[in-house]
Each structure stands twice: as C-alpha cells, then as structure tokens.
Design a protein around this ligand. Structure first.
Ligand code: FAD
Length: 323
C-alpha cells in the first residue's frame, strides 16, 4: 500500500539547513518506491525554498507562512504542524535531530499515539521491506537497530550522517500553502540574538578544531582559532575547557553539550572522557593531539599526535596554509 512520509524542514540564517536534505533522503530510504515523501516548511516566508526541497527529493512541499513562525516558538510551530498533519495524514513524520526536532517530535508522538525512534544514523531495509534504524546508545558505545511494529512512525535523524540525495534540477515543485491556524500564543518571540553570529554553526561544521583543559587559558584557544580559519572550520571545546572559563559553554561538545559529526575533528589537549566522546565519536576522521601517550582519546582517534598542542597546532596551520 502506498504511504506518505512527511519531512519537517528547517531554515537558519535565510537558508535551508543541510539536515533537511538528509532527512528527505532518510525518509526516501525508509519508505519504498511507492512512498510519497512530502516536506513541510514553517516560517515567515517560505516560497523561496520550495524548489530546493523538491530538487533534493521532496515529491510535494507544504508551507505554512506567518509572522508568528519567523522564530521557533513551540506553541506556534506545534499548532501549524498539527494543521499540516491533519491535512496530510502522514504515515510517518521525520524530523532532524535538532533543537527544534527534539522538541516537536515527542509532542507528535504523544499526539498521534505513535512510536518514536530518535537520533538515527543509518537505515537498512530488509528483504521484506522492513526498515531498520540504527541509533547510538550508551554515549555512543553501542549501536542498536530498531524497527517499528505499527504506523505511524516518528523519526529524528542525526545531522551529517545520512547523505542527501543528489540534487536534480529537473524536478518541479508541487507546493501547497496551508493556512496558519492562529492559535492564541502565551509567549511571542520578538528576536533571537545568537552569540555565535558570523561564526560557523558547530552542528553543521565540516571541520571542528576542539580545545580541552590542555589549552590552559582563553588565549590558548587562539592557535585553534587560526587553524579553524585556515580550514574553514569551527572551534569547539570540552566541558573541562568550559568549566575552567577558557570559552563559552555554547562551544561545549559531548553528552551534555552538542553532538557533532564533522568530516574532520581535531581534539587538542582533550583527554577523551566518555562524556566528551559521546558528542564527537561519529566524526568521520578524528585527529588527537595530546602530550600524554596514554590519553584515552587516542583509542578512538584515526590519527594521533603525541606532543604539545602549542607546537603542533601552529605547524599544522602553516602546512595547511601552504597546501
Ligand atoms: P582533562 O581531562 O583535564 O584533559 C586535558 C588533557 O590535555 C590531558 O589529556 C592532558 O594530557 C592534555 N594536555 C595538557 N596540556 C597539553 C598540551 N600542552 N598539549 C597537548 N595536550 C595537553 N565533558 C565534555 O567534554 N562534554 C560533555 O558534554 C560532558 N558532560 C558531562 C556530563 C556529566 C554528567 C559528567 C559527570 C561529566 C561530563 N563531562 C563532559 C566532563 C568529562 O567527564 C571530563 O571531565 C571532561 O571532558 C574533561 O575535559 P578535558 O579533556 O578538556 O580535560
């Protein structure tokens, strides 16, 4: 029987987030060829994104545009998405495993009485057509595979794990605007001020240079910032560095910080505590720089450099400048 999967797309800074394309790809893999993958976009102005969502694989795009949806407001977003869900009656809803997805997904799981599989990093479909979702558990030490036993499904997709579909510029948009239900809101978001403005968002960064207590001071982050600038990457940190006051908690990576999955993660002066590893172990290539050859970070690193970060990092920066 044909199914409809609904993907909740997100924008940031005037562009669609990469995770939206990855989530369309995930929905496409999990459904069979007879599954319609629809995307929904909520925002103040949504029309400009319809073509791109279509070209990345959405068969249909639903939009809800209203000033209340300019910034993420849980009540407004829930009401708008509820209207879309009532219209579309999807067999599954896919969210990015982002702050917004993590907030909305369980609400729809409760609303629809649906099972939820969160933070998936891979999908396999067996011979019977059953989709198996892989997700890391126990701070990334174990990968479990789960399947749903009944529709509807709620799924959240970890960013940077599932490749988006190849862009197809010949696909044409089938868009439908759905009216905003205008709920009476208990809070209104007037403005969002980001303290990372102008810098690359850690959760989307392809390269992260991360510093731990080994950087010894706020100034100790400077060589890391220089390397990040040369590689077009972002700077992250361990909680050890944040707790010591060397950097803002917005940079913290780990179990109680951000979960990141860049192509390249360079850990500088980070011991590799399990709570830190939980946030970065899915990085494609991990390089550890630590002066202690017994540091646990070397167990999960693809490449290890035993040495003083204040000598090694500037050398790397010089070499990458030449490359
Ligand atoms: P340390 O463990 O002190 O390691 C510093 C490292 O720097 C050492 O290995 C040392 O050899 C090396 N070093 C020192 N000087 C140099 C130098 N000049 N050159 C090269 N290497 C050098 N931690 C997180 O990171 N993220 C989390 O989200 C997180 N959540 C937590 C949640 C809970 C409930 C708990 C209990 C802990 C959590 N932690 C988290 C803390 C975690 O357990 C560690 O304490 C923390 O990750 C240690 O940070 P660190 O590696 O920077 O510091």
């Amino acid at each position: 029987m044909s199914k409809t999967f609904l993907v909740v797309a997100e924008t940031r800074g005037g562009s669609l987030r990469q995770v939206s394309f990855e989530t369309i790809s995930a929905a496409r893999s999990a459904g069979g060829a007879d599954t319609t993958v629809a995307a929904v976009l909520l925002g103040a102005a949504t029309d400009a994104f319809v073509n791109e969502l279509t070209q990345y694989g959405a068969d249909r795009v639903y939009t809800v545009a209203h000033a209340d949806l300019e910034h993420y407001n849980p009540q407004a977003y829930f009401a708008a998405l509820q209207t879309v869900v009532q219209t579309v009656q999807p067999d599954a809803i896919f969210f990015g495993h982002t702050a917004i997805g993590k907030d909305l997904a369980p609400q729809f799981s409760a609303e629809l009485g649906a099972g939820q599989i969160s933070d998936i990093t891979a999908i396999e479909v067996d011979d019977s057509g059953q989709a198996l979702f892989t997700r890391p558990i126990y701070a990334g030490k174990v990968l479990e595979k789960k399947a749903f036993t009944a529709l509807p499904w709620i799924v959240t997709v970890r960013p940077n794990n599932i490749a988006p579909l190849a862009i197809d510029a010949t696909r044409t948009a089938a868009a439908e605007a759905i009216a905003y239900p205008e709920p009476s809101l208990q809070t209104i978001i007037r403005d969002v001020v980001r303290n990372t403005s102008g810098k690359i968002d850690l959760s989307e960064a392809k390269v992260i240079i991360s510093g731990g207590r080994g950087v010894r001071s706020a100034d100790g982050f400077k060589p890391l910032e220089e390397l990040a600038a040369v590689l077009g990457g972002a700077v992250g940190a361990s909680r050890g560095a944040c707790d010591a006051g060397y950097c803002d908690y917005a940079l913290q990576i780990g179990q109680t910080g951000k979960v990141v999955t860049p192509e390249l993660y360079i850990a500088c002066g980070i011991s590799g505590a399990i709570q830190h590893v939980a946030g970065m172990s899915s990085s494609r290539v991990i390089i550890a720089i630590n002066k202690d050859p017994e540091a646990p970070i070397f167990k999960i690193a693809d490449y290890g450099i035993v040495g003083d970060l204040f000598e090694v990092v500037p050398l790397l920066t010089e070499q990458f400048k030449l490359a």
